[in-house]
Write a protein that binds this ligand. Structure first.
Ligand code: HEC
Length: 115
């Protein structure tokens, strides 16, 4: 019986350690990481009591009508209200952000205000 208990514990240990990698945090894509780190300040609603982010909410919708190249240039050059990122990111990093944004569903329209 004692031997069985020892074997059972050994089995349990192996089974648990084999499943350990599955418990590790899911990998966050490079584009998503860069977006949260460098763009979230303006483009994400960071707090629940924040009325709206400073800048427009970005999603796959901005890529409609084949604006892919335009969007990447926009991110690189910036505007008077948004910094340009051409000296910070490589083209591959900018493309990774764009690829991530293409996976973001457009936010649902807010429900009409209740008078
Ligand atoms: C300092 C705030 C700020 C930061 C940081 C910022 N943005 Fe912006 N962004 C804006 C504002 C404001 C606009 C709206 C256009 C304008 O007023 O110039 C904008 C517009 C955009 C647009 C155009 C949306 C459209 O519908 O055409 C894209 C794309 C964009 N930002 C991507 C990014 C990405 C990617 C990053 C991070 C690498 C980023 N922004 C960081 C403020 C910011």
């Amino acid at each position: 019986m004692k031997r069985f208990a020892v074997l059972f514990c050994a089995f349990l240990f192996c089974a648990l350690s084999a499943s350990a990698p599955a418990l590790a945090q899911p990998a966050v894509g490079e584009g998503q990481r860069l977006f949260i780190q460098h763009c979230g300040l303006c483009h994400l609603k960071l707090q629940i009591n924040m009325a709206a982010p400073f800048a427009p909410v970005l999603s796959k919708a901005i890529f409609e009508n084949g604006r892919d190249a335009q969007i990447r240039t926009f991110i690189a050059e910036g505007t008077p209200n948004m910094p340009g990122f051409k000296y910070l990111f490589t083209e591959a990093q900018t493309a990774a952000i764009a690829d991530y944004l293409k996976t973001v569903e457009a936010p649902a329209k807010p429900a009409p205000a209740n008078r």
